[in-house]
Design a protein around this ligand. Sequence first.
Ligand code: KG4
Ligand code: ZN
Length: 346
Amino acid sequence: MNVLGIETSCDETSAAVVVDGRRVLSNVIASQIEIHQIYGGVVPEIAARKHVDCISYIVKEALDQAGLSLSDIDAVAVANGPGLAGALLVGLSFAKAVAFAQGIPLVGVHHIYAHVCANYLDENSKENSNEDFNRNSNKNWEPPFVSLVVSGGHTHLLHVLDYHTCKVLGRTRDDAAGEAFDKVGRALGLPYPGGPQIDKLAGLSNVDTIRFPRATVGDSLDFSFSGLKSAVLQYIQKNKHDNLFSVGNCATSFQCAVTDILVSRTLQACKETGMSKVALAGGVAANNGLRGSMRQACNEYGLQLHMPSPIYCTDNAAMVASGGYYRRLAGELDGYDLNAHPNMEM
Ligand code: KG4
Ligand code: ZN
């Protein structure tokens, strides 16, 4: 089944063609980051308009790179929430138009579920050497497993029971991990988004000199990053005029604190569910510190780990096409009344 995936939930316009939920024929991503960078964050109205400008070209490019035409596509999958309402509506309207014109099924896909599905993509189908994939994991990654989904808007620990069912084990009570990265990045004067910038700085030193607090939420598997974020912002406020103040040390120590929290909670989730397989997902899963620490912890505790290539961690349409395939396989199908749900629950 050739599925055309469409993703426009935030600031990336992406289209992909994926065969049987796994084999990626194309995955085209147009990032708007440079446009939003001057505002220090994503401006929803601008994001929606930019999606309108480029969606037709991106879909055409995805078909061209796959060597297919629209008549070869068997179903259209689109992320219809959560995300920015105006941005989601652009991809959704385009997907409906394609499905209607071609007379093929339309499938809405939950954006977070799509992030999890990035783990099913066969990375050998593209010219890409994801060392983590090749070294650490089963090439036919299958449920059940525990998934840590860490993105700009969400932080979830999921028990993925099968291709259609996820149980939420824990979630953030306040900021998402990516949001904390971006806010700390902004306070440190780094360009938006702060996550990849902090990752780069931390890669240079990787020493946790400051030891920011690691908050837990009782015995639960929930997360809370607002205390950590406030501690970092206060530290910056207090020390920024000091000659010894180092942006790199502060960024690194913050990243170490986030990573410790994410890794320890993931291990706890494995213990509580009895799972021995862990999959990362979402933009923050591209973080080198998190990948390294998770790899080390999983090795130590004998857990099997899967981490998609960074390009499949951040927003992309291949993951949406994969999610659409598995929903379609289960006989699920949406009508032309499918709507965008900015706050769609998991
Ligand atoms: O999954 P994603 O592309 O979009 C959402 O669904 O939100 O995630 C974007 C988030 C941003 O907060 C960005 O700063 C963060 O992922 N991110 C990173 C890295 N790459 C992207 N955070 C830490 N390290 C990275 N290398
Ligand atoms: Zn995302």
